[in-house]
Design a protein around this ligand. Structure first.
Ligand SMILES: NC(=O)C1=CN([C@@H]2O[C@H](COP(=O)(O)OP(=O)(O)OC[C@H]3O[C@@H](n4cnc5c(N)ncnc54)[C@H](O)[C@@H]3O)[C@@H](O)[C@H]2O)C=CC1
Ligand SMILES: O=C(O)[C@@H]1CCC=N1
Length: 282
């Protein structure tokens, strides 16, 4: 009889791919009390395997089949460009074991995963789109379940990704590309803003250390207000913006540069790229 881990799970999870996103998710799971002995990672790069074993105490494997053998949940965390081959190699094991398959790959659809994982048996497939704050348990994950996913598997998927932060289920798979564009890629937009604010502060004469401290806490403080207060972003913004003051001068400059439209175009480009990743890697 398998004893549950402190997080309550008796499942063994096999991560296929031990790169940036897998590392963030594994970090979140272990920090929340998931038994590292029930986490296996397949990763071809030896240095990444060694770091994962040292940092989190998980079992590592060079080959995906070895990690998947006997694992009840598979989390596919390889690049979309290699997903087809990875799945085709795993198809016989998938058909024999019928695991719950979760994929975090941008663009790749549940239908593609089902086809590549082969055979006649319909698999329970969940598409998950997390983001890197998962490492600190501060992520958000959009989830979509294929028709074969039952209520227990849905709950297990929620529990798995809850270790990374909050979860949002999406009913229409086509919207997963927009989820990817908003929250999967989103942390990079915030880091880009941080870089730009830091550079601009230094250009105005601030010492680098001071600029960094001011930018960090400003982003954290504003994000905390967004998360904790009921007021929507426009109301919070209005409270900062004194008529004829400094903020108004900045906001008018952003608007004159087409800021909102630029954000719209950037998110449309990311959404479109998700669809392309599906089509070009089919
Ligand atoms: N980085 C991010 O913020 C996010 C990434 N994703 C998705 O996560 C997936 C992985 O992205 P990253 O972690 O950023 O990339 P990454 O390149 O850091 O990680 C992918 C890993 O897969 C390994 N790999 C390659 N072939 C393999 C095989 N046959 N078996 C096992 N492992 C293999 C690579 O050595 C690499 O370490 C992508 O599909 C991406 O769309 C999703 C949400 C956010
Ligand atoms: O840039 C990418 O394609 C991946 C998916 C979302 C975040 N990183």
């Amino acid at each position: 009889m398998t004893e549950p881990t402190p997080s309550g799970s008796t499942d063994t999870i096999a991560f296929i791919g031990g790169g940036n996103m897998a590392r963030s998710l594994i970090g979140g799971l272990v920090a929340r009390g998931h038994d590292p002995g029930r986490i296996r990672v397949a990763e071809p790069v030896e240095s990444l395997r060694a770091a994962l074993a040292t940092d989190f105490g998980v079992q590592t494997f060079e080959h995906a089949r070895d990690a998947c053998d006997g694992a009840t949940q598979w989390l596919l965390a390889v690049k979309p460009q290699v997903m087809r081959q990875v799945c085709m190699d795993l198809a016989p094991v998938a058909q024999a074991q019928s695991p719950l398959v979760l994929s975090v790959a941008a663009g790749i659809t549940a239908g593609q995963l089902q086809r590549w994982l082969g055979g006649s048996r319909e698999l329970a497939i969940v598409r998950a789109m997390p983001n890197t704050p998962a490492l600190l348990g501060a992520g958000v994950t959009g989830l979509f379940a294929s028709a074969a996913v039952d209520a227990t598997q849905r709950k297990a998927s929620t529990q798995l990704l809850a270790a990374a932060g909050t979860t949002v289920w999406i009913d229409d798979e086509a919207q997963m590309d927009a989820v990817t564009a908003v929250s999967g890629s989103g942390p990079a937009y915030v880091f880009l803003l941080a870089e730009a604010m830091q550079q601009a502060g230094e250009s105005q004469g601030l010492p680098p250390q001071a600029a960094r401290a001011l930018v960090q806490q400003t982003l954290l403080g504003a994000a905390t207000m967004l998360a904790r207060l009921e007021d929507p972003a426009p109301v919070l913004r209005a409270r900062v913006t004194s008529p004829g003051g400094t903020t108004q001068a900045a906001i008018e400059t952003f608007e004159a540069g087409g800021f909102q439209e630029l954000v719209g175009r950037a998110i449309a480009a990311a959404t479109h790229r998700g669809r392309e990743l599906s089509a070009t890697n089919d």
